[in-house]
Design a protein around this ligand. Structure first.
Ligand code: NAI
Length: 276
């Protein structure tokens, strides 16, 4: 039987307090990793604490371990403090998940430069700082996973968020190229509509329209994203770098053809020659 094991590996997960980050932290602990879980709050957020408690079978300790550290990913000095603390523990960094992200839903003609800047600071600069500050602690075999979005593969309407996720793709590809010679891999996952606190307030219209574009016809779970992140952090993906993996139920793959397919599904078939 093959199982994905990360024993002896240290992985930093940003935005780990809730949602996808908490699920990633839990799965990594279950795989035996030492997880440095970081988020904005001074104390470990309740959702993360619950996720980690669930990583242990009753009466047994978890296969891996988790330590929580406060980190605002936009704060370069904060990243430096985190790196210094990891060094002081005598650890190297084997994995980094740049998961922290914020959304901003203004449309094209309403968005302000301040909105754009705020989203870029977290979604783009935050990931860049993580790579700049932690990659010196990485050796060959380390793996970085950036969390993009189906918005970064499409013309998703919230323009600041969409532009930030397209920018993150560029950053990821440059990092894969620059760090490849050191044996450090960099890949991106693009979640679609995942049930988390970020999407909890989605309107029924958004939910319905998004699911209509999603061939699997349902939202994804945080565990379904975490599984792909675990694969990309593990040696099973040792020749994969510069890759982008949508975890979106097929939403981005059809490029807009689904509504056409759905509209014609029950229409009578006509030979191509008969089409005007
Ligand atoms: P969430 O809002 O539930 O959790 C995000 C976490 O990031 C929170 O714990 C928050 O405190 C933390 N965070 C925000 N700003 C931070 C900062 N400056 N420094 C450190 N931590 C910070 O979001 P969710 O849904 O779990 O999203 C995780 C990632 O997945 C984000 O990058 C998001 O853009 C992306 N994503 C989410 C989708 C979804 O449907 N939920 C779809 C596509 C992408």
């Amino acid at each position: 039987m093959v199982s994905v094991q990360l024993q002896g590996r240290t992985v930093v997960v940003t935005g780990a307090g809730q949602g996808q980050g908490a699920a990633e932290a839990r799965l990594l602990v279950e795989a035996g990793a030492r997880v440095v879980a970081a988020d904005l709050g001074g104390a470990m957020p309740g959702e993360l604490a619950a996720a980690i408690a669930a990583a242990s079978a009753p009466g047994e300790s978890a296969p891996g371990e988790l330590v929580y550290r406060q980190l605002d990913v936009t704060d370069e000095a904060g990243w430096e403090r985190l790196a210094e603390w990891i060094r002081s523990q005598g650890w190297t960094v084997d994995g980094l998940v740049n998961n922290a992200g914020i959304t901003q839903r203004s449309r094209l003609l309403d968005v302000s430069i301040a909105d754009l800047q705020k989203v870029y600071d977290v979604n783009v600069a935050g990931a860049l700082l993580g790579i700049q500050v932690l990659s010196p602690l990485m050796g060959s075999g380390a793996s970085i996973v950036n969390v993009g979005s189906v918005a970064g593969l499409t013309a998703h309407y919230p323009v600041a968020y969409t532009a930030s996720k397209w920018a993150l793709r560029g950053l990821s590809q440059v990092a894969a190229m620059e760090l490849g010679p050191r044996g450090i891999r960099v890949n991106t996952v693009h979640p679609g509509f995942i049930g988390t606190p970020m999407t909890a307030g989605a309107t029924p219209q958004f939910r319905e329209a998004t699911l209509a574009e999603t061939p699997l016809g349902r939202t994804g779970s945080t565990e379904e994203v975490a599984g792909v992140v675990l694969f990309l952090l593990s040696p099973l993906s040792s020749y994969v770098t510069g890759a982008e993996i949508p975890v979106d139920g097929g939403q981005s793959g059809h490029g807009g053809a689904k509504s056409v397919s759905d509209a014609l599904r029950d229409a009578p078939f006509r030979e191509v020659s008969a089409v005007p």
